[in-house]
Design a protein around this ligand. Structure first.
Ligand SMILES: [Zn+2]
Length: 203
């Protein structure tokens, strides 16, 4: 037993639920919060409460939104002919950082994984099909940017089949999984190298 007063132990327990935070780090953070000014500690608690109260899912793409629609769906400069399909809303950030992509998104909320009981109905796949096939849809291409993992690949294949069947006029593409920039071919694993080969393009 560590002998912490129950309120401190409760804080340590809650903090240790955060990803990448072990018990030792949780204790360190708890003592940091105890030493912080009342204003700083209250601001942290208020920020957590506010984000849970005010942030919702976008009614179109299921990205995080403050209000019914996210900033990307509300931005008329975005290219509405393109939809990029991702597993989680956290994937928007790295994709936006590339400045390569000016289209819209669709957040699935995970990847297909029959072992874990995650079926097509558990993801927003039907919503994607409806969105692409809607009468006012401008979508010409769907980019499948699920993770290059077993479940991500299975999800991409499933959706590609579904889209070909329902919306054959729409082009379906998959992100090329390339070689890490700045590294030698000899250090690439065979899966990465194989995919880079399969995804080669004309120069
Ligand atoms: Zn949106």
């Amino acid at each position: 037993m560590n002998g912490f007063a129950p309120p401190i132990q409760r804080l340590v327990t809650e903090l240790s639920k955060l990803p990448g935070i072990g018990n030792r780090t949780a204790q360190r953070l708890a003592f940091y919060i105890l030493r912080a000014s009342d204003a700083d500690a209250t601001a942290l608690a208020a920020a957590i409460t506010e984000v849970k109260q005010r942030i919702r899912q976008c009614e179109i793409c299921f990205n995080l939104a403050e209000g019914p629609r996210c900033r990307i769906c509300e931005d008329e400069r975005r290219d509405a002919t393109l939809i990029c399909v991702i597993e989680d809303s956290s994937d928007v950030v790295p994709l936006e950082r590339t400045h390569e992509y000016r289209g819209l998104y669709h957040v699935l909320g995970g990847a297909l994984s029959p072992i874990d009981g995650i079926d097509p109905d558990d993801l927003r796949i039907a919503e994607l099909y409806r969105r692409v096939a809607a009468p006012d849809s401008q979508v010409r291409e769907v980019v499948l940017a699920t993770n290059p993992t077993t479940t991500g690949e299975a999800t991409a294949l499933h959706i590609a089949d579904g889209l070909r069947e329902r919306s054959p006029q729409v082009t379906v593409t998959r992100l090329a999984s390339g070689l890490p920039v700045g590294s030698d071919l000899e250090y690439a694993d065979e899966v990465t190298l194989g995919r880079a080969f399969a995804g080669r393009r004309a120069l």
